[in-house]
Design a protein. Structure first.
Length: 323
């Protein structure tokens, strides 16, 4: 097999390869039609042939049948009308509905081209059989895959998994205290204000979090610390997820999710039954992340409300749940 870009890239250049084959077949069709000396463009085929098959059909029905957009079908019909191959008719039962049918000239052209189309179908099927694969069946299955989940959604989900693997988690050491404070002060000053309880935790996390049975970690990308998060021990069975912060330049790189998943795993290892958190609904990306991780909203308990800014409380029950 002669090596080329399509062999080397395979799925990466699939769209370009489809276009290459499509362009080649289009030019072949132009040459074949020219032999019949008929004013007919290959791009009209699916619409024209549908009208021939169904005799009288609406634009909407054509669009649904051939799988192309309503405007695209309308444009082709406009071109077919211009050369006199189709004409419009009004539905007798509903004058608001219009349909199209082949004109006398269209019937004549169809009569002349049908033998050619039969020949093209026969030869094409022979070529397909020669490959040893039912290409049409494969295309049907591939299109169904796209209908179920778009290529865009599949690639974005795969990329998220890649990004999750790129961030590295490192545990807290006293040398990291400045990063813990810097990352959190950054977002607090951006969205809210620093409250006394914030300052106590950020300025001395060893005393106020670690020594009380809590845990702090950091996310590192390309050797740079870009995120942090903590677990505050409320009691032997309950921890609070606190001080999750990701620097702006690392937003969208799955750093927050990597931190959250790690924290839930740590809580599980500590035999915790629940992880709680308090946040603010203004932080929509954060709330979305917590829900994605499996947290659910519960009524906020004002007696245990730690921050003035907190207006939502969420919990994650670890019992019988895979982290």
């Amino acid at each position: 097999m002669r090596k080329n870009i399509f062999n080397d890239t395979r799925g990466l250049s699939l769209g370009s390869r489809f276009r290459k084959v499509g362009d080649a077949l289009y030019q072949e069709a132009v040459s074949i039609i020219a032999e019949f000396e008929v004013d007919f463009k290959p791009k009209w085929f699916v619409v024209f042939y549908t009208i021939q098959l169904k005799e009288t059909v609406s634009v909407t029905e054509i669009a649904h049948y051939v799988g192309i957009s309503h405007p695209a079908v309308s444009q082709i019909i406009k071109e077919l009308k211009k050369v006199g191959l189709v004409s419009s008719i009004t539905d007798k039962a509903d004058e608001r509905k219009k349909a199209v049918t082949l004109s006398d000239k269209g019937q004549e052209v169809a009569h002349r081209l049908n033998p050619m189309w039969d020949a093209v179908e026969t030869v094409t099927n022979q070529m397909i059989m020669a490959t040893g694969y039912d290409i049409i069946d494969v295309m049907d299955k591939f299109e169904k895959q796209l209908e179920q989940t778009s290529l865009y959604d599949r690639v974005m989900e795969y990329r998220k998994q890649q990004l999750l693997g790129e961030a590295q988690i490192i545990a807290y050491t006293p040398a990291h205290q400045k990063y813990f404070a810097q990352l959190n002060y950054e977002w607090l000053n951006k969205y809210f204000k620093v409250e006394p309880c914030d300052a106590a935790l950020l300025d001395d996390p060893q005393k106020n979090i670690i020594d009380k049975g809590g845990y702090i970690c950091f996310a590192q990308l390309n050797g740079e610390i870009v995120g942090t998060c903590g677990l505050y021990k409320i009691n032997d069975g309950v921890y609070e997820l606190i001080k999750m912060a990701v620097t702006d330049k690392a937003q969208g790189k799955q750093v927050g999710k990597k931190l959250g998943l790690h924290m839930l795993e740590v809580a599980k290892q500590q035999q915790a039954s629940r992880v709680e958190l308090q946040s603010n609904t203004r932080l929509k990306p954060a709330i979305h992340l917590y829900r994605t991780l499996g947290f659910r909203e519960v009524p906020i308990d004002e007696s245990s409300q730690n921050y003035e800014r907190a207006n939502i409380m969420m919990v994650y029950d670890i019992i019988d749940k895979k982290v």
